[in-house]
Design a protein around this ligand. Structure first.
Ligand code: PSV
Ligand code: MN
Ligand code: MN
Length: 388
């Protein structure tokens, strides 16, 4: 299949937000591995993220996590980001590292604990006002380990009330992005286990509430592209957390485990034109680079998403429609597979070169000397938060 450069034009405006926590040390419940050169503060995380953006031209925003990225002066952090050609992106709250939250946060039976968790989001909204961020991202770790431990219905009612109080604090340009996850840290039931629960709470809250789809947060075998199509149809897909998984919430490099699934997801995005910035879908990464170099891991991720999007853009939609309309099952499937099986790497390298970017961003990073420089300069990096 020959590649029509015009078909790939939407890649010019397609951007990916990187998470600040991808640059710090991370690991599993068994061990956090320390890597040389990891950032010692949020400023250094931004400096690393700026490398990813400079070499790919496609990662201009960085998500922050509060309190991991708390600084005295967020206006200063924003100005520093701007100097680096970056913008501060979504503000992620943290409801999973406080002893008070052992039995829940926004759903906790005790009002004192719920109020504390709500106040944390008010603090995050204040941060957003200083950083100019428009997205408040909430992943709720609350849930139950044992049947009977608490009332499932009661927790939904408390959650609705807590979310309503947070939503009421948003400014007009803010969005509340609500993430779901089917298990972990709770194992019997999570309080927001699936997209349906997330969507129901968003619908009850109002138009500024939208769903976040983390690709690692579903039961094995779940058809994620169906969820994408459905949420877009309802105008409620606020953001993606891209990563990949073999078993659970593995947080591996996006496109590493199942590039075909990534293509199928991005095809549903393209079907509804959601790759265009006007759609408002914030395409983010949520990954932990435990054993691979972190900056290169982020670059690889951006390239993987671009490759999958390029293939999705190459699907001959009129051919596909024609095959679908005449009931040509194999013909329609063939149109999709032709696009998926196209090698887009050279075409993407040509596009990068034309834009003044390196053809091979990973090779360019390796040759840049940046890693050696930070390895020498930074001693005693921070934990990303995981296992901290
Ligand atoms: C935990 O599962 C998690 O990976 C969620 O996906 C959040 O987005 C992320 O942590 C950061 O809080
Ligand atoms: Mn996530
Ligand atoms: Mn996760």
């Amino acid at each position: 299949m020959s590649i029509d450069p015009a078909a790939l034009a939407d890649l010019d405006t397609f951007t990916i937000e990187v998470p600040s926590w991808a640059y710090g040390n991370s690991g599993t419940r068994f061990k956090v591995f320390a890597q040389p050169g990891v950032p010692r503060d949020p400023f250094e995380k931004l400096a690393d993220a700026a490398q990813v953006n400079a070499l790919t031209g496609a990662a201009p925003r960085v998500s922050l996590h509060i309190p991991w990225d708390l600084v005295d002066d967020f206006a200063k952090l924003s100005a520093y980001a701007a100097d680096l050609g970056l913008q501060l992106g979504a503000i992620n709250s943290n409801l999973f590292q406080d002893d008070d939250y052992m039995l829940g946060s926004l759903t906790h039976p005790e009002k004192r604990v719920r109020d504390k968790a709500i106040a944390h989001h008010v603090q995050c909204i204040d941060v957003m006002r200083s950083t100019g961020s428009t997205d408040l991202k909430l992943w709720l770790p609350d849930g139950l380990n044992y049947p009977g431990q608490d009332s499932i219905r009661g927790r939904q009612d408390r959650l609705a009330d807590s979310l309503q109080q947070i939503y009421a604090q948003l400014d007009a340009e803010h969005r509340l992005l609500i993430e779901y996850k089917f298990f972990e840290p709770a194992f019997y039931t999570m309080d927001i286990p699936d997209w349906g629960t997330s969507l129901l709470h968003c619908l009850a809250l109002g138009p500024q509430a939208q769903v976040v789809l983390d690709t690692g947060h579903h039961a094995p075998g779940t058809n994620i592209e169906f969820i994408v199509a459905q949420l877009l149809r309802q105008n409620r897909l606020g953001a993606f957390d891209f990563n990949s998984r073999f078993y659970a919430d593995d947080d591996l490099i996006v496109g590493a485990a199942d590039p075909f699934q990534l293509f199928r997801i991005l095809f549903e995005i393209v079907v509804q034109d959601a790759q265009k910035p006007a759609s408002g879908v914030n395409f983010m990464l949520d990954q932990c680079h435990n054993i691979e170099p972190k900056i290169q891991g982020q670059i690889r991720s951006v390239l993987n998403v671009q490759e999958a999007l390029a293939k999705a853009l190459l699907v001959d939609r009129s051919e596909l429609r024609a095959a679908q309309e005449r009931g040509d099952v194999l013909g329609a499937n063939g149109v999709l597979m032709d696009a998926y099986n196209t090698d887009v790497r050279e075409a993407l390298a040509d596009r990068r070169e034309a834009a003044g970017l390196p053809r091979d961003p990973i090779a360019a990073y390796r040759a840049s000397g940046y890693q050696e420089k930070i390895n020498a300069e930074r001693v005693g990096g921070t934990q990303a938060g995981w296992g901290a």
